[in-house]
Design a protein around this ligand. Structure first.
Ligand SMILES: *Cc1c(COP(=O)(O)O)cnc(C)c1O
Length: 353
């Protein structure tokens, strides 16, 4: 049976967290002489002289408004999903003692965060079709495995991982199963957010960096039981989301139609780009993708990568990644950008390259 108190690090459980001025008085009315702020305003303009809401209530209410299955106390907002990943390590993994499991090829940040926090990584690769090897994962975990990371749709392969496999893991694992849904808005499949009520050990990560077009703002979300979120909130830096980000993120979240319209355009561009790429003799195959990028296979990926870079078309060389030999990862751009890419590929090999 999953029990959050059994997996949280002992000193975190007993930690007394920092109590900020905005924790101690939460009203909005009054003369605020409690936080050593500047009463006049902000040098350079803008209205940023007050500390931001440490719990980002407006953003959380906007998120809950769209997903009624979710409670405000089930949401953590981070400075990018990367902050959520790091805080999960710091809350639940004892350095040099605990371990986490990842399934390569996958997003690099899980490994980096584990390394920074000196937490051992266990790898059970996805199989050649990029599916979870459920039995092998279950065989690889032990009483010190605190988290399993599942990226779905997966970066860099673009596929959605099997619901059934993830359910099996959730039902047979006493640590946290983290599903990273950075690309969920591009996918035809349902988010795991709707399953939180069934699984106390499920954590879902989402971000405003991709579909919402706000990579520069840095805002990521973790959704989980209120017990798990309570622990992450306890150790977060008090004012981790700045006021400018909170205001702009709220404005974006109130315009979900705007996001959906961009996603529709990107999906159309993806389908056009897939067809055009497959028509090129240079492209051997592409992987089916539920995300906003395409994995395209080339005979000589490194040469193509270097050539494209010289043409100032920058893609990601994933050909050295496990089971991704030959592949370049191409983000779906605007119509114009995709045309530039295709034009460059059609001209290859130019001037003897
Ligand atoms: C892009 C991406 C993220 C986003 O991270 P942020 O810190 O929110 O920008 C998270 N997970 C995966 C798998 C990604 O590809």
């Amino acid at each position: 049976m999953f029990d959050v108190n059994k997996i949280v690090r002992k000193h975190i459980l007993s930690l007394k967290s920092y109590s900020s001025a905005r924790d101690e008085y939460t009203g909005t009315e009054g003369v605020f002489l409690d936080a050593n702020e500047n009463p006049y305003g902000s040098a350079g303009g803008g209205d940023f002289h007050r500390y931001p809401d440490p719990y980002q209530r407006k953003i959380k209410h906007a998120l809950v408004g769209h997903t009624p299955a979710l409670g405000v106390e089930q949401i953590f907002i981070g400075n990018g999903s990367d902050e959520a990943i790091d805080l999960l390590f710091r809350a639940f993994c004892e350095p040099l003692e605990d371990n986490v499991l990842i399934m390569p090829p996958t997003y690099g940040m899980y490994q980096v965060s584990a390394d920074i926090n000196r937490v051992a990584i266990r790898e059970v690769p996805l199989n050649k079709e990029f599916a979870i090897q459920t039995e092998k994962v279950l065989a690889a975990i032990d009483e010190h495995t605190r988290m399993i990371f599942v990226c779905s749709p997966n970066n860099p392969t673009g596929n959605t991982l099997s619901r059934e496999s993830i359910e099996t893991l959730l039902n047979n694992f006493d640590g946290l199963l983290v599903v990273d849904e950075a690309y969920i808005d591009f996918s035809p499949h349902q988010s795991w957010v709707h399953s939180l009520k069934h699984y106390p050990n499920l954590v879902v990560l989402q971000t405003l960096s991709k579909s919402w077009g706000l990579a520069g703002l840095r805002l990521g979300m973790a959704f989980a039981s209120k017990e798990v979120i309570g622990i992450v909130n306890k150790i977060k830096p008090p004012y981790n989301i700045n006021e400018a980000t909170q205001q702009l993120a709220l404005k974006a979240l109130e315009n979900r139609e705007g996001m959906q319209a961009m996603v529709a355009d990107i999906l159309q561009n993806k389908s056009d780009l897939e067809k055009a790429l497959l028509a090129l003799p240079l492209v051997k195959s592409i992987l089916p993708s539920d995300a906003n990028f395409i994995m395209a296979k080339f005979e000589e990926p490194k040469k193509i990568y270097t050539y494209l870079t010289r043409k100032l078309v920058i893609v990601r060389d994933r050909s050295s990644v496990l089971n991704c030999e030959g592949y370049l990862r191409i983000t779906v751009g605007s119509e114009e950008e995709n045309k530039t890419l295709l034009k460059a590929l059609k001209a290859y090999p130019e001037d003897g390259m």
